[in-house]
Design a protein around this ligand. Structure first.
Ligand code: NAD
Length: 367
């Protein structure tokens, strides 16, 4: 097979700082695991606006459509807050998601044992937690028509429409079942079928797709109960699949079970390309963190874990992804911390590049 291709878009703020550490990890896999990647780097967000007057150049968009995976850092920052909506840095990110048709957003909530004290929940509820939320990303109430604010009588009415086609539900469900097959073989689908027709259809279609996966145990839960269960007993879940709106809320809730924003990766996947790999973009959940930009304080782990997701979901290198995750786990277990992970007991935090050094040393030790 030809050398896999990666497009790296570091973006703004701490994006380039954390992505530098990912580049070192990519180089390590090339040198030490005989897994070279053909890497191109380009601009997105404010950086692209500064260079081209748009938050994503057409050539960059075209390259994103060609490569096996896109790795993105973060976009945005105070320098761009007053720009017209059409050229705001976030528009670059949204264009990538839309034109690549990335309909399945994967947000793992994984609690490293060494950080269990960071959760707002009791340690025994979150220690060892490993769940995956699959959020439908391209349809639902954020996109449904009609929408708008209209005049009705002597007052205004705000309208949004929850709308899902069977095929939109089916492809999100299928991606959840496929994931469950590689994990704990459990899917819990969340909607509000008790009060929403779109929820009734969602439940029907997910149930039908589930028949193709007899090994996977399927359950259904109303999304409000799902929110309660996520904070009561999150370890009961393996894969959760849900729509765009509920997924937005539930994935943020689940993410915080694990502690710090600097630890959270994500993947957005689309349809398979000619080579069988899904269209894919991997990015940390955090933003460009202007308050710490340029100070060497950023935690690179969310971005590095996003690359681990790329190894697993784009390049079928699950064992190597686990090697990288284990290296991070061992670094954290040794007590190494960036500033965002410092507990009340204090200590000297590692800089962004020192955390990169520690993870590379742990990767060397894994050989
Ligand atoms: P943020 O995620 O950038 O920062 C929130 C807080 O978390 C800050 O205190 C920051 O220092 C801290 N933080 C975030 N990532 C960290 C890391 N890796 N290591 C250590 N600390 C970290 O969110 P915000 O402050 O609301 O937004 C800042 C800018 O980022 C805005 O312009 C916003 O629009 C943009 N943003 C972009 C994305 C994206 O690119 N996907 C996501 C969210 C926000």
């Amino acid at each position: 097979m030809s050398t896999p291709t990666l497009l790296i878009l570091p973006g703004d703020g701490i994006g380039p700082e954390v992505m530098d550490q990912v580049t070192r990890i990519i180089d390590w896999f090339g040198a030490k695991r005989d897994m070279p990647f053909d890497v191109t780097t380009d601009l997105v967000g404010g950086a692209a606006y500064d260079a081209h007057g748009v938050p994503l150049h057409d050539d960059t968009m075209a390259r994103a459509q060609e490569v096996d995976a896109v790795l993105l850092g973060a976009v945005g920052g105070p320098a761009y807050d007053d720009l017209d909506f059409s050229v705001k840095p976030e528009r670059g990110l949204l264009r990538l998601r839309k034109e690549m048709d990335l309909f399945s957003n994967l947000r793992p909530a994984q609690c490293f044992d060494a950080l269990a004290d960071f959760s707002s929940l009791k340690k025994d509820i979150v220690a060892g937690l490993d769940i995956m939320i699959v959020r439908e990303l391209t349809s639902g109430v954020y996109f449904g028509e009609p929408r708008g604010i209209i005049e009705e009588g002597n007052e205004r009415v705000g309208i949004n429409t929850q709308r899902y086609t069977e095929s939109e539900i089916e492809r999100a469900a299928r991606s959840a079942f496929e994931l469950a097959m590689r994990r704990g073989k459990k899917v819990c689908s969340m909607e509000k079928a008790n009060v929403m027709e779109a929820g009734i259809l969602w439940r029907e279609v997910v149930t039908r797709v589930g028949l193709d996966y007899p090994e996977v145990e399927l359950s259904h839960m109303y999304a409000d109960n799902g929110a309660m269960q996520l904070v009561r007993a999150p370890k009961q879940f393996d894969v959760i699949v849900t729509d765009n709106l509920f997924g937005d809320i539930l994935s943020d809730c689940a993410a915080m079970l694990t502690g710090s924003l600097g630890m959270l990766p994500s993947a957005s996947l689309g349809a398979p390309m000619a080579n069988g790999r899904p269209k894919a973009m991997y990015e940390p959940v955090h933003g460009s963190a202007p308050d710490i930009t340029g100070q060497g304080k950023a935690n690179p782990i969310a971005c590095i874990l996003s690359f681990a997701m790329a190894l697993r979901y784009s390049f079928d290198q699950g064992d190597e992804a686990t090697r990288l995750e284990n290296a991070i786990e061992s670094v954290l277990a040794s007590g190494a911390r960036t500033a965002d992970l410092m507990g009340p007991e204090g200590g000297t935090p590692l800089s962004t590049s020192q955390m990169g050094d520690a993870i590379l040393a742990a990767l060397d030790a894994s050989l």
